[in-house]
Design a protein around this ligand. Structure first.
Ligand code: TRP
Length: 333
């Protein structure tokens, strides 16, 4: 039985890149009856950088609302908050005794986030990938949908699983596989086709947030960077036209059609025609998600109920796995 686990940090709002690159995919996995799904909000990871307490609580609710509004069904997937399951942190400590400093030092995300002053970075930021490994291994997850930027962390997780198995002479943890898929694994900035759409980019015009109103979506797409050529009649000719390719990719992913189909429909047309069509598709697809998110946030009962039930389901898996690990490692009960 496949078991999928993934999570997102509750840091600011979700945008179209998170939706098309991850969330939509998570929702699509629900069609597979032969698979168990666990989706969490990784709040413990969010405090490895300076943060605001009230914002943390608000974002945790918002991300949960976004999961649900996008179509994660608590009946089909286990939806929970990482900090509600103490076993993640408990397993992390045990794994920390097997994680080599040298390997952690090579993590590019640590290097990026620690910046120039590595001496002042906190232990939590350094140990971030070990907690992520614990998130995955505490459920013996077999598949982990992640973005390219998280592949290195998943490699480390596989490494820790293997170290544990070898050191204790057991076949206990499976090797979790990365799943890099989704209708558009890399949605780029609306202003610069070479950088990823990101929560942390300074200008809000670079991204479409899941909370943007139709007017704002329209404005952002109208102002999106393009070039002055019409759309070609084949995909190959979009190579090198990064901004144009990005908009075609977004259109295809939102409309649930292939990029080839988009090209066929708009071959020879200028962005003056294409952009209004893209605006329509974006609003048609995103407006219901945004309004559902607002509904869920107005009366938080549904979110709270889902998280409560999700935590109980998650602990039912996590607690016996932790107990087994403790036993294997030689602790008395
Ligand atoms: N580090 C991931 C990110 O920033 C989030 C994350 C934490 C995660 N734990 C996880 C993703 C476990 C997948 C599985 O995107």
């Amino acid at each position: 039985m496949k078991r999928i686990l993934s999570g997102m940090q509750p840091t600011r709002q979700l945008h179209l890149g998170n939706y098309l690159g991850a969330l939509k995919n998570w929702v699509d996995f629900q069609k597979d009856t032969d698979m168990q799904r666990l989706y969490c909000v990784v709040d413990l990871h969010a405090i490895t950088m300076p943060y605001d307490r009230e914002q943390l609580a608000q974002s945790t609710l918002e991300i949960t609302a976004a999961y649900m509004a996008a179509g994660i069904d608590p009946e089909k997937s286990t939806l929970f908050v990482q900090s509600h399951i103490p076993e993640h942190s408990q397993l992390m400590w045990l794994l920390a005794t097997m994680a080599q400093m040298g390997k952690l030092e090579r993590m590019t995300q640590f290097k990026d986030k620690a910046g120039k002053n590595k001496e002042r970075a906190c232990l939590g930021l350094f140990a971030y990938p070990v907690l992520m490994a614990a998130d995955i291994l505490i459920y013996k997850a077999t598949h982990v949908p992640v973005g390219e930027d998280q592949k290195q962390h998943l490699e480390l997780t596989r490494d820790l699983a293997a170290t544990f198995n070898t050191r204790y002479g057991v076949e206990f943890f499976p090797q979790p596989e990365p799943v890099i898929a989704g209708p558009a694994p890399r949605v780029m900035s609306l202003r610069d086709g070479t950088s990823k759409m990101s929560k942390s980019a300074d200008s809000d015009m670079t991204r479409i947030n899941l909370t943007d109103t139709p007017d704002i979506i329209a404005k952002k797409i109208k102002k999106a960077k393009t070039d002055s050529y019409p759309l070609p009649d084949n995909l190959k000719d979009l190579e090198g036209r990064l901004e144009a390719l990005n908009l075609v990719t977004i259109y295809a992913a939102l409309a649930d059609i292939s990029k080839e189909q988009v090209i066929k429909e708009f071959a020879g047309q200028q962005f003056g025609n294409f952009k209004p069509a893209l605006i329509d598709v974006a609003i048609e697809h995103l407006a219901p998600i945004t309004s559902r998110m607002n509904e869920l946030l107005d009366d938080k009962t549904q979110i709270e109920q889902a998280l409560h039930a999700g935590a109980a389901q998650a602990r039912e898996i996590a607690a016996p796995v932790l107990a087994d690990v403790q036993k294997i490692m030689g602790f008395i009960k």
